[in-house]
Design a protein. Structure first.
Length: 290
């Protein structure tokens, strides 16, 4: 009898002892709100850092691609009497610029314009991934132009120092400044050469060969960095990595000796202050008036 009473007392007591334990294990509304606030704060702190890390990765991928393109250009020069490639064909124009320096360096099954027109977007993206900087996303507006990447002369996004290294198909008269479209600095003639050999580069470690680029405001010629208009027509190095283009952003650059760098706009896109970084004959063959 005593044992049964003891058991009953224990059975009645057990639920009352477990209820407070259950209440202690639950979150109150205030505690839940505090947890949510802490999570939101952590997200706000970490998201910029994650975004910066992703952009740093894209910039590194972009730099690596430019370096590989530089190797292709070196191979082209080796096969062509150590002369750099022309920047485009004589027939290329604003509506049909299919033949340009990239098509000379990079041979793929999709060699013709019709091949690329008929190819699926996924195939194009994989075939020409080397020429697609991952920081260039469809519809991104630059200098008032909504830009969608393509493997062509206008929207490729990697530029060649074409005015000095690959001036052809323009001829000798234009190279010597007779064509007034290249006149700069108070109307004085800006002189280049129709074609350039590797041996003619005075200081390869200081001369830009390839870099990040973007189309002009009219949407044309992203494959060319044209020295006389690197400011006026935004045809210089595109500083799209790591910040605002005009101030903190940087552009990947590959020099004629093959080493890479990353420069701000204020460190590269001025035809007077930084001519030594663009002109491969500087200073040995610089015109006396400069």
């Amino acid at each position: 009898m005593q044992h049964r009473m003891h058991t009953e007392r224990w059975s009645h007591r057990s639920p009352r002892r477990s209820a407070p334990a259950m209440r202690r294990g639950a979150f109150t509304l205030i505690e839940l709100l505090v947890v949510i606030a802490v999570i939101a704060l952590l997200i706000a702190i970490l998201l910029p850092a994650l975004g910066a890390a992703r952009e740093a990765g894209r910039a590194t991928t972009c730099s690596s691609s430019l370096h590989q393109i530089d190797l292709l250009m070196a191979a082209y020069a080796q096969d062509n009497r150590e002369v750099y490639p022309p920047h485009r064909s004589a027939a290329a124009d604003a509506t049909d610029a299919d033949w340009w320096w990239g098509t000379l360096l990079y041979q793929t099954p999709l060699e013709t314009k019709q091949d690329r027109t008929d190819a699926a977007p996924a195939l194009l993206a994989s075939t020409y991934a080397l020429f697609h900087c991952p920081s260039i996303r469809d519809g991104r507006e630059v200098n008032g132009y909504s830009w969608t990447w393509r493997f062509d002369a206008h929207r490729v996004g990697y530029g060649y120092n074409a005015f000095f290294f690959g001036f052809s198909p323009y001829g000798a008269p234009e190279a010597q400044g007779a064509y007034n479209g290249w006149g700069t600095t108070g109307g004085r003639r800006l002189v280049t050469t129709r074609s350039l050999s590797e041996a003619a580069v005075a200081i390869p470690s200081n001369t830009i060969l390839l870099a990040d680029s973007n189309p002009r405001p009219d949407g044309l010629w992203s494959m060319s960095m044209w020295f006389p208009s690197i400011i006026a027509a935004a045809e210089g190095v595109d500083t799209r990595h790591g910040g605002a283009r005009a101030t903190t952003g940087r552009g990947n650059v590959v020099f004629a000796d093959g080493h890479a760098g990353r420069l701000r706009r204020s460190e590269v896109n001025d035809p007077v202050r930084f001519r030594k970084s663009w002109d491969p004959r500087w200073p040995s063959q610089a015109p006396p008036w400069w």
